[in-house]
Design a protein around this ligand. Structure first.
Ligand code: SAM
Length: 331
């Protein structure tokens, strides 16, 4: 089992399949992109599956979320899902994606064993999308979400990040759209994980502000916090304009939920990270390529998790942003 020194057990594995992305969201990476990881450093499909297998069969991982970068850029993704889906005990497999290309692969992914998707969408205004993501791809994202829903990847969850002076006015239209389509929307506070180091607490749109923006048009009623478990979102029922459904707000910065954290991350180049904000990594790729047995890799992985810190430390005066940006960790 993956137990840390603060009594938490990691059961939810976030696997980054690539650090590359086909969008350039300003809160994540610069318009020109980044220096991508060289191919030989990336885990091969077989290596990804071997590590996930060790996690599931030996270490108690029950949920596997594929992410990136943009995971749909990984050619072998359908096969990777199928191989993870064939493990016993079978983990729940989900995917975080920007939705581009999802229209084509939603059905094959579902057939391969994918249970759910989270699609990132920060605005419904095509021009704002183009400015924020530096690509004119809004129609592809909306088509991807619709395809995911019809393929049975339900409920489609939508992740939105609000930036002051850029897309705050998207909060209400996004919620309306998601309620109309049966998607579950969650807003995420912007975190200091951008490659450009442009994040500022003073300009971040807080969970409290997001709540106020939504409350202008919807009545929000908190769902019991017992329902939350280790899930990071504070969830509400939202009612307004003849619509009713759920919405979540993830207050990663202003109300951290580290005490209930059950996550562990595997980067596309085979490093174990206990937290998005960790400054330490444990190199499983070196062990793997150095001929370590499954038992040895499992022991190295368990040792890494034992050292997990109590909290992400953003509020600590000594906080330093991790060297890896979000896209190279796996969001
Ligand atoms: N490309 C995929 C996507 O767009 O969902 C997966 C990777 S992306 C890094 C995962 C999520 O992280 C997205 O919902 C994105 O909006 C979010 N994200 C990226 N940078 C962030 C930041 N600085 N603060 C908060 N969320 C961020």
């Amino acid at each position: 089992m993956l137990l840390d020194g603060h009594g938490r057990r990691a059961t939810d594995l976030r696997v980054s399949l690539t650090d590359r992305c086909n969008l350039r969201c300003s809160y994540c990476m610069p318009p020109e992109g980044l220096d991508w990881l060289p191919k030989p450093e990336l885990l091969t499909d077989d290596e990804v599956v071997r590590l996930v297998t060790i996690g599931v069969e030996r270490l108690g991982i029950t949920e596997v979320r594929l992410t990136g970068g943009e995971p749909l850029l990984r050619r072998g993704i359908v096969d990777i899902v199928a191989r993870i889906g064939a493990l016993a005990p079978r983990p729940e497999i989900s995917l975080t994606t920007n939705g581009i290309g999802l229209a084509k692969v939603a059905a094959p992914l579902h057939a391969a064993g994918l249970a759910r998707v989270n699609v990132s969408l920060d605005t419904l205004d095509r021009e704002v999308f183009r400015r924020l993501a530096h690509r004119d791809r809004l129609p592809d994202v909306l088509a991807g979400m619709a395809a995911a829903a019809s393929a049975g990847l339900a409920p489609v969850k939508v992740n939105a990040v609000l930036l002051r002076g850029v897309n705050e006015d998207a909060a209400v239209p996004l919620l309306r759209y998601c309620l109309q389509h049966g998607y579950e929307l969650r807003f995420i506070e912007q975190m200091p994980l951008d490659a450009q180091h442009g994040w500022q607490r003073s300009t971040m749109v807080t969970a409290e502000e997001i709540h106020a923006l939504l409350a202008a048009e919807f009545t929000l009623t908190p769902l019991p916090s017992a329902d939350r478990g280790s899930a990071p979102a504070e969830r509400f029922t939202a009612e307004g304009g003849g619509l009713r459904g759920r919405v979540g707000v993830i207050a990663s910065v202003t109300r951290p939920f580290c005490g209930a954290c059950d996550r562990v991350r595997l980067t596309a180049d085979g490093q174990i990270r206990n937290c998005l904000f960790a400054r330490e990594e444990s190199d499983l790729r070196a062990a793997l390529r150095g001929g370590a047995s499954d038992a040895e890799i499992a022991e190295r992985w368990a040792a890494a998790v034992r050292g997990k810190k109590a909290g992400h430390g953003i509020d600590d005066p000594t906080f330093l942003q991790p060297d890896r940006p979000m896209s190279a960790i796996g969001g």
